[in-house]
Design a protein. Structure first.
Length: 354
């Protein structure tokens, strides 16, 4: 069984060592341009003399804060070492070797990796251009599928399934199929017909919603994620969850970050302003792009995409080239601070004029 390795974005340290760039600009991994929540930073500074203690194995304080944030009961939430761990737990709890897992053709790669590690047979559904095709997923459900993974909004395309499509899937999903909706980027959506599936959990006991604080609250390095579901699903996950899967800093800082409404508001504004700026510049440069409901954007460079990506690296600007995902003519760009977005466009324009 061949399991492809996960390919993370390059780090600033790697680029500094390789090209001697003093201050690289990282626009590759969809991290929060503002850094971590200030309230989370304060908590971390106060906890230095407590890290010799085991954390709460239930992450109770964090789950209570998440319940207030998401508007649900704490007993509907499991906290994980990033939402990646929740994906792992789902696969371990529900997949037996040979079970079929349904994954859109162009989406977050870790769904496939975690499923294959548990012996799953992967069935890919075709995309509708850059969008996940809800109708294709519905048609494939007659194949005795164990799990369906949907990222909404989707990574790496930035597109989304509207409310009606999600409602249809919830209505038609077989009772023995688990529907996983990953809303890691949902908070960034400005689409009028996008909405979270959180309110559908009570009517669909085989639905689980994933969330993360990596993007919205700037805690990617601490690894804080959530699964939100009914007791039927959570009981299976809790049986195999490691006893201390979240560290003390993640629990305490995560809880603080969830109350930092001012930071979240600023994050969304910086992201949306950055997207609008890049849209305008791409249009000026004649570059097609995919309108995004996330904190990144796909831009079509053309046949020179790999060269442009590599030349940007030499200048210390880290983006994401998506050759392995069938997007050979595109690069994905995370939204940075205004000055970082400006540096990107200045260098991109220079490279395109060569």
């Amino acid at each position: 069984m061949h399991i492809p390795p996960y390919a993370p974005g390059l780090s600033k340290e790697e680029i500094s060592r390789q090209f001697g760039v003093e201050k690289p600009v990282k626009l590759a991994s969809n991290e929060n341009a503002l850094g971590p929540s200030p309230l989370a930073q304060e908590v971390i500074n106060d906890l230095r003399d407590q890290v010799h203690l085991y954390p709460d194995p239930t992450a109770g304080e964090l789950r209570q804060a998440a319940a207030r944030y998401f508007g649900c009961e704490a007993d509907r939430i499991i906290a994980g070492n990033g939402s990646d761990e929740i994906i792992d737990l789902i696969c371990k709890a529900f997949i037996f070797p040979g079970d079929k897992v349904l994954i859109p053709e162009l989406t977050f790669s870790y769904y496939k990796i975690a499923s294959l590690a548990c012996g799953a047979h992967i069935i890919h559904t075709a995309m509708d251009g850059m969008r996940i095709d809800g109708a294709s997923i519905e048609q494939a459900l007659n194949q005795r599928i164990k799990i369906v993974f949907i990222a909404n909004p989707n990574n790496p395309t930035g597109t989304y399934l509207h409310r009606e499509s999600i409602q249809r899937l919830v209505t038609c999903i077989p009772v023995d199929t688990l529907l996983v909706i990953d809303e890691a980027y949902g908070i960034f959506s400005r689409a009028s017909d996008f909405s979270s599936a959180m309110d559908l959990i009570e009517q669909c006991e085989n639905l689980i919603i994933l969330h993360t604080l990596s993007k919205s609250h700037g805690l990617a390095g601490l690894r804080v994620g959530f699964g939100i579901a009914t007791g039927y699903v959570l009981d299976k996950l809790y049986r195999i969850k490691p006893p201390f899967n979240l560290n003390l800093l993640a629990i305490k800082a995560g809880a603080a970050a969830l109350s930092d409404s001012g930071f979240l508001k600023k994050t969304l504004q910086v992201t949306w302003d950055g997207l609008d700026y890049l849209y305008g510049e791409f249009a000026r440069l004649g570059l097609p792009y995919v309108e995004s409901q996330t904190n990144f954007v796909l831009v079509r460079i053309g046949k020179e995409a790999q060269r442009v990506y590599e030349e940007l690296l030499k200048k210390g600007i880290i983006t994401r080239y998506l050759r392995g995902k069938g997007l050979e003519e595109y690069i994905r760009i995370s939204i940075g601070l205004p000055e970082e977005n400006n540096v990107l466009i200045t260098n991109l324009e220079e490279l395109l004029c060569r």
